[in-house]
Design a protein around this ligand. Structure first.
Ligand code: XIL
Length: 340
C-alpha cells in the first residue's frame, strides 16, 4: 500500500478516510475494488445495511451484501460505519404499506423497530466502529411541519411513534453492541449560510440527550455540497467543534461536491467551477475535520463519478466525487492528499 494513499496519510494523524461502497461493484470490478482497498481505512455500505436491503420480506433477513462488505473490511484492515438503522427512506414496502393501511398499529410498529435495531446491531456486534443510528429526522427550512425543537413532525418515525423514539433507538442499539460508537447523521447540520437553524436544533437536542445519559456518541455531518450554494468553511469547523464540545465524536460521513452540468444559472463556466470550487470545498471540509480533535473520520459518498447517487437525485448535476468516470483521481483527490 502506497505511503501517499489517503488511508496511509490519514493514519499518521489518527484520522480514518472512508468511502461508501456499492455492493454491485465490490469484488466484481477489479479497479473499483482496488481503490477501495488501497485508499480507504473505513467503509460504509451505500445501501446494503438499509432496512429494505436486509429485510425485504417480513421476518426473512438477507444479510448477504452486508456480510460481504464486513468481510471485505476485515480482510483489508478497515473499519466499518454501519448505515443506517432508523430512517424514513428505503424502508421495506411491507412495513410502509402495513402502516399506511392500518394493519400495523403503533405498538406493533414499535416492536418491529426494536427488533430491527436489535437484530441488525447484534449480527454485527464487535464489527462496527460507528453506527448511524438515526438519520435525517430534523426539519429543513422548507419542511412544512417542524416541531418546536426542530425535529421534522412529518418524519415517518416521529409521526408514528413520537419524538421519544430517537432516544429509544440509541438505547436499543447500545444494548445490542455496547462498544459501537452511536451516531446521529444528517445533512446541512454544519457550515450552512444564513440562520444555520438546523445546526442549532441538532446541537440543542443532542445536548439534552447527552445530559439525560442517552447513549449517543457522535454527530455525523453528511457533507453533500455543491459548487454553487451555501457553504461557509469557517462555520463548518465551528459547528463541528460545537458538537465536539458536547463530549461527542464528530465525523464527515457522506462527502460529495456536485457540479452543475450545462446549467445556465452557474456564475462561472462549469469547467472552471469543477476545477476550483470542488477541490476547494472537499479540502475545506477535510480541514474543518482535521482542526477538530473530536473528528475521527472523513468519508466520501462513493468512489467515482461513474457510480454516484448525484445525477439520479439532483437533476442537472453530477461529477461530485474524488475519481472521474474512468476511475482516475481528480483534483479533489489531490487536494485531500495535499491536506493530509
Ligand atoms: C443514497 C444512495 O447513495 C443511493 O444509491 C440510494 O438509491 C438512495 O440513498 N443520505 C443518506 C444516504 O443518508 O443513505 C443516501 O444514499 C444519500 C443521502
Amino acid at each position: 500500500r502506497a505511503d501517499d494513499s489517503l488511508r496511509a496519510l490519514g493514519a499518521r494523524q489518527d484520522l480514518r478516510i472512508g468511502t461508501a461502497v456499492d455492493d454491485a461493484h465490490l469484488g466484481s470490478d477489479a479497479a473499483y475494488t482496488g481503490i477501495v482497498a488501497d485508499q480507504f481505512s473505513v467503509v460504509t455500505a451505500e445501501n446494503a445495511m438499509k432496512w429494505e436491503s436486509v429485510e425485504p420480506t417480513r421476518g426473512s433477513y438477507d444479510w448477504a451484501a452486508a456480510d460481504r462488505l464486513v468481510r471485505f473490511a476485515q480482510q483489508n484492515d478497515q473499519s466499518v460505519r454501519g448505515h443506517t438503522l432508523l430512517w424514513h427512506n428505503q424502508l421495506p414496502s411491507w412495513l410502509t404499506t402495513g402502516v399506511a393501511d392500518g394493519t400495523i398499529g403503533t405498538a406493533e410498529l414499535r416492536d418491529i423497530l426494536r427488533k430491527h435495531v436489535t437484530d441488525e446491531v447484534t449480527r454485527y456486534r464487535g464489527k462496527i466502529w460507528q453506527w448511524d443510528v438515526a438519520n435525517e429526522v430534523f426539519a429543513n427550512s422548507w419542511d412544512p411541519n417542524p416541531l418546536p425543537n426542530g425535529l421534522n413532525g412529518d418524519d415517518f418515525w416521529i409521526k408514528n411513534l413520537g419524538e421519544g423514539v430517537i432516544a429509544d433507538v440509541f438505547r436499543w442499539a447500545h444494548q445490542a453492541d455496547p462498544k459501537a460508537l452511536l451516531f446521529y447523521n444528517d445533512y446541512n447540520i454544519a457550515g450552512q449560510d444564513g440562520s444555520n437553524a438546523k445546526f442549532q436544533a441538532v446541537h440543542d437536542f443532542f445536548a439534552k440527550l447527552v445530559a439525560q445519559g442517552v447513549p449517543v456518541n457522535g454527530i455525523g455531518e453528511q457533507g453533500h455540497l455543491d459548487t454553487q450554494y451555501g457553504f461557509d468553511a469557517q462555520r463548518f469547523q465551528a459547528d463541528l467543534q460545537s458538537y465536539g464540545d458536547l463530549g461527542l465524536k464528530v465525523a464527515v460521513t457522506e462527502a460529495d461536491v456536485r457540479t452543475f452540468v450545462n446549467n445556465s444559472t452557474e456564475q462561472v463556466p462549469t469547467s472552471q467551477l469543477a476545477a476550483f470550487a470542488q477541490p476547494f470545498e472537499f479540502s475545506e471540509m477535510l480541514k474543518g475535520c482535521q482542526l477538530v480533535r473530536q473528528c475521527i473520520s472523513f468519508t466520501a459518498w462513493g468512489v467515482y463519478d461513474g457510480d454516484s447517487w448525484i445525477p439520479g437525485t439532483f437533476a442537472g448535476t453530477g461529477y461530485g466525487l474524488l475519481y472521474d468516470v474512468a476511475m482516475k483521481p481528480k483534483p479533489a483527490y489531490y487536494a485531500l492528499q495535499q491536506d493530509l
